[in-house]
Design a protein around this ligand. Structure first.
Ligand code: ADP
Ligand code: ADP
Length: 235
């Protein structure tokens, strides 16, 4: 079964008031385990709204979302938070690392102090850092790392709970082209290891790295197939 499946997904903000916004108008999307997909679309088209739903940060006002087979509508707040922790790793444009903590401490953050004993925290953080090629940077603070290294620390942190899905919002937006491509290569490797990668980007060159591309327009999702960068250059 797909790891992400939406059927007629709707999101209406401020329903029934003058400020009502229909942000998602019936989105059908099916993403299998081990796929790397990109979602593009202009500002205001509904990308953040869709990502907040797919990331279990918010619930839809209509339609259905099955996250790894679990219908999110059946869950309460606590259960939704638990599903989010188990299923989704988040990666952002700005890395969002804590400046006073080392790379290892940043990576271990999502484990929670109560839930996972210290020794296991350290071991899992070391493993996660090694999986992004940073085994020698564990004791460095973010300011002592390059932008690409900081983003890799953030990716290791996103992977620490071993979620099947990585949700990345403009993960290369703050990086130069070459460093961005290293991050995209890392995503492809994670895809090859069985992770599902969902990438939000404005950049067609970045979307071209994905297996499939969707475009949001005015709350509707359209599949564009593999993105053709030649067509983007011609227009
Ligand atoms: P981007 O274009 O990078 O996705 P936005 O500026 O559209 O960023 O949105 C940033 C955040 O603000 C999102 O989490 C979104 O849900 C929220 N947001 C966007 N528009 C509104 C709004 N009119 N009222 C309240 N929150 C909003
Ligand atoms: P994008 O990420 O593509 O920029 P968003 O999902 O942020 O798009 O926004 C889609 C629409 O929903 C926009 O009209 C935005 O103003 C509106 N919107 C987003 N978040 C909120 C919110 N929390 N409250 C009210 N309107 C919102």
């Amino acid at each position: 079964p797909p790891v992400i499946e939406t059927r007629g997904l709707e999101k209406i903000y401020s329903a029934g008031t003058e400020a009502e916004v229909v942000a998602l108008k019936g989105v059908d999307m099916s993403i299998a385990h081990g796929e790397f997909v990109a979602i593009m679309g202009p500002s205001g088209s509904g990308k953040s709204t869709l990502m907040n739903l797919v990331g279990c940060l918010d619930t839809p006002t209509g339609g259905q979302y099955l996250c790894d087979g679990i219908d999110v509508a059946t869950l309460g707040r606590e259960e939704l938070a638990e599903l989010r922790r188990d299923k989704i790793g988040f990666v952002f444009q700005g890395f969002n690392l804590l400046p006073r903590m080392t790379a290892l401490e940043n990576v271990a953050m999502p484990l929670g102090y109560a839930r996972v004993p210290n020794e296991e925290r350290a071991e899992r953080a070391r493993e996660a850092l090694a999986s992004v090629g940073l085994e020698n940077r564990g004791t460095h603070r973010p300011s002592e790392l390059s932008g690409g290294q900081q983003q890799r620390v953030a990716i290791a942190r996103a992977l620490i709970n071993r979620p099947p899905v990585l949700l990345a919002d403009e993960p290369t937006g703050a990086l130069d082209t070459k460093t961005g491509e290293e991050i995209l290569s890392l995503f492809k490797r994670l895809r090859d290891d069985g992770h599902t990668v969902v990438l939000i980007t404005h950049d067609p060159e970045v979307a071209a790295h994905a297996d499939r591309t969707f475009v949001m327009r005015d709350g509707e999702l359209h599949e564009e197939g593999p993105y053709d960068t030649r067509a983007a250059h011609a227009s």
